[in-house]
Write a protein that binds this ligand. Structure first.
Ligand code: ADP
Ligand code: ZN
Ligand code: ZN
Length: 743
């Protein structure tokens, strides 16, 4: 493999004298190149795989990760490593192995994969060690003999004498550097570097008592604990409110008592302060909470505390799966069906699947919980790869809500609400309950339309309309972020413009007009952009000041609204007829999850689903037989068509500034794969992506399917090797293994 640029600059710091024996190491560097780069270093340096190093590349330097020792080829001039950034690998062998597997499985460059496991500052090469000072032996003797003269020197000596382990430079800000320098010159004190021990808040006493587990919960806990020193994947299928979280908490407490750490992975929208508070209250500790909004310094702090074993419980969104645990004893994946556990762009890993790999490697149990398991997991259960645990009833005697389709054909509608739904809302409000309305479309209206000439406001960069946000007085594209002012008149004929379709803002306005005596709160991404806003709105809901709740999928998980007695699904049809093959699965999951917010305590809930297709077979199966039955039916359909999870899939995406080139590139790939790959590889496409233009780029995709994973991966590896050298200018292409988002 050609690996190294040929010129060796004359003076590189740390350049190795010719006669000294050297070692050669492969270094993984960030960037799209998939190869490793060879560098040298003196043979007397202690190194190991996983250690961060700074190496010259081109005209600059890069932070990379030592990967494996190698032989040098005589044909290449090999540059020396400029410096080692760590004394040892910060990632242990198990995590390194996991990252290597993930790079391979998801066909993503090793360098970028390895660096993804570091917090941003370490990724950029920040040293972990800090400078500190301590007394030398001579200094110690001098201090005891009281032979120091200057007052400031004396003061510093006194402070250092009190701290035999040394004092960090940053804690000596009041001591002039000249004083330190003088004492160093005299050989009385010395500078050295230390790894500051990570601090983590002390455990507090658990102050919330655990409820007595019911039989199903107890059986689940016992089953997992019985084989807790072994790898096993447990699929905990429990209806909403069945006490899955209680099961996790019991298991976690046991694992903590054995002195081991726990990882809890959650979907983005489920990571609410309420949920975290429940954990800390019950477990008596402060979990490390990791999500995308965390400041770099906090991320580093948590990472170090996890690595040192000081942070015992990590609750985090998908990237937490790469945390450097000292001694992991259990992994929980809550809402394992949730699509946010999969990263769609770049490093396209699925946190659940990476977590399963880690659990296998560490020989520990992993619990996947959901009221609406993914078809992937249901199939693995069928195949005996996972073990099933079930919580068929709600905990504490609460009843599951009853779901009814509501036929809106030929019905009078006000702001998207039928008379029947409005009557039910009124009835529940008058009876003292709260009402929740689910509409997965934020903004005032998805379209702004000219009724005179048919003009519709479109995004200039995407094949998509822009949403009218009336309160903000903006038109916004929900796909690329484009924003513009709202035109006063139709730009094409000057007539007045009117909204078409219904968004949550409008629904809020409609309800405010119809039910002025009951407070209303809206929960969607727009409403929550300000810090503290969610808490304020939730407080109004929980206090009963707001009796009507309007929201998008933010309502789906993480918040419980015990007084909600009626849930209205405003528009089921859009989801019922989604063109993605996962549409039916997603719809069922959302419906069941939203419905699950209702009637948790002593109040049985009712769910009304507005639809123009009340006889829709899937919808009726879901309502009358429940999610488990419905999902297993879907799995049967997927088996017949040969779609995931029955076959494995990879999606090749290409996009570019013109319409032809990405299509051409994928067509060439498809031809080449057709000629060279295993005949069991199924190739669909290329076809335009469902959104054929986004952010100004034309998008195409090619779907590869195979029953045998090795066939698919062999084809992908071959494609990468073949295409590596043929990347047309301006075209991006990428591989998404096990794709979830086909848009
Ligand atoms: P899930 O995670 O399945 O949605 P939770 O664990 O949040 O369910 O439990 C739902 C509600 O039932 C919570 O208020 C919880 O405190 C309560 N609960 C759970 N298990 C029990 C139990 N064994 N006895 C009484 N209440 C319980
Ligand atoms: Zn017009
Ligand atoms: Zn756009």
């Amino acid at each position: 493999m050609p690996e190294i640029p040929v010129d060796l600059p004359a003076q590189i710091p740390g350049q190795i004298p010719v006669q000294m024996p050297v070692l050669y190491w492969q270094v993984a560097l960030p960037g799209p190149l998939r190869q490793l780069f060879t560098y040298s270093l003196p043979a007397d340096r202690a190194v190991c795989a996983g250690m961060r190093v700074r190496v010259p590349l081109g005209r600059g330097f890069r932070v990379g990760v030592l990967w494996a020792p190698t032989q040098a080829s005589a044909d290449w001039v090999i540059k020396p490593i400029e410096s080692r950034l760590d004394e040892t690998s910060l990632l242990d062998e198990d995590l390194l192995a996991c990252l290597a597997w993930a790079a391979d499985y998801y066909h993503y460059p090793l360098g970028d994969t390895l660096l993804a496991a570091f917090p941003p500052s370490l990724r950029q090469g920040a040293p972990l060690r800090r400078l500190a000072f301590k007394l030398t032996e001579v200094g110690h003797t001098a201090w005891l003999a009281d032979s120091i003269r200057g007052l400031r020197q004396k003061n510093l000596m006194q402070r250092l004498a009190a701290k035999p382990d040394g004092v960090l430079v940053q804690h000596l800000g009041d001591v002039p550097a000249s004083v330190r320098r003088r004492l160093v010159e005299l050989g009385l004190i010395e500078e050295f570097s230390i790894l500051p021990p990570p601090s983590w808040p002390e455990a507090l006493a658990a102050h919330v008592a655990a409820p007595q587990l019911n039989d199903a919960q107890a059986a689940a806990v016992q089953a997992v604990l019985a084989v807790r020193a072994q790898f096993a994947v447990w699929l905990l299928e429990g209806v909403t409110g069945s006490g899955k979280t209680e099961v996790y908490l019991h298991l976690i407490a046991e694992v903590l008592a054995a002195g081991r750490q726990v990882l809890v992975l959650v979907p983005e929208i489920a990571l609410t302060p309420q949920w975290v508070t429940r954990f800390s209250g019950r477990l008596g500790l402060r979990p490390a909470v990791l999500h995308s909004g965390l400041a770099d310094a906090d991320r580093l702090h948590a990472w170090l505390a996890v690595r040192a074993g000081a942070a015992q419980v990590v609750i985090g969104t998908r990237s937490a799966v790469f945390q450097p645990f000292a001694d992991l004893g259990l992994i929980v994946v809550d809402e394992e069906h949730d699509a946010s556990l999969k990263q769609n762009e770049g490093f396209g890993y699925h946190a659940r699947d990476v977590a399963i790999w880690r659990a296998r490697r560490l020989a520990i149990p992993i619990v996947l919980g959901s009221a609406t398991p993914s078809l992937e997991s249901l199939r693995n259960l069928e195949l005996g790869r996972y073990q099933g645990l079930s919580l068929p009833e709600r905990a504490g005697g609460a009843a599951l809500p009853k779901i009814y389709p509501l036929d809106v054909r030929n019905q009078r509608m006000q702001g998207g609400l039928s008379d029947a739904l409005l009557a039910a809302i009124e009835q529940h409000l008058l009876a003292g309950g709260q009402v929740m309305l689910y509409l997965n479309r934020r903004g005032y209206a998805p379209n702004l339309l000219c009724h005179a000439c048919g003009w519709v406001a479109e995004c200039p960069h995407c094949d998509s309309f822009v949403t009218w946000h009336r309160h903000a007085q903006r038109l916004r594209c929900h796909h690329c972020g484009h924003e513009q002012a709202v035109p006063a008149h139709c730009p094409s004929c000057s007539a007045a413009l009117s909204p078409r379709g219904l968004g949550t803002e409008q629904l809020e306005d409609v309800l405010t007009a119809l039910f002025p005596d009951f407070g209303i709160e809206r929960l969607d991404r727009d409403a929550l952009s300000r810090v503290g806003e969610l808490d304020r709105r939730l407080a109004r809901i929980h206090s009963g000041a707001a009796r009507l709740i309007v929201g998008t999928q933010i309502l789906v998980k993480g918040h419980d609204f015990p007084n909600v007695s009626l849930v209205g699904i405003v528009d089921a049809d859009q989801a019922l007829f989604a063109n993605d093959f996962r549409g039916a699965e997603r719809f069922a999951q959302q419906l069941i999850q939203v419905a699950g917010r209702a009637g948790r305590a002593d109040r049985a809930g009712m769910v009304l689903v507005q639809t123009h297709h009340p006889a829709h077979l899937g919808l009726n199966q879901l309502i009358s037989h429940g999610y488990g039955y419905f999902a297993r039916g879907l799995l049967g359909e997927r088996t017949e068509i040969g779609l995931p999870p029955v076959r494995m899939a990879a999606l090749i995406r290409a996009d570019g500034p013109s319409i032809d080139a990405p299509n051409q590139l994928l067509a060439t790939m498809a031809d080449w794969l057709g000629q060279t790959s295993d005949e069991r590889l199924v190739i669909w496409g290329p076809v335009p992506a469902p959104m054929a233009r986004r952010a100004g780029r034309y998008r195409y995709q090619l779907l590869l399917l195979a029953s045998d994973r090795r066939v698919l991966h062999a084809a992908l590896s071959a494609l990468e090797a073949w295409q590596g050298s043929r990347r047309p200018a301006g075209i991006r292409w990428s591989i998404d293994v096990d794709p979830l988002d086909m848009a």
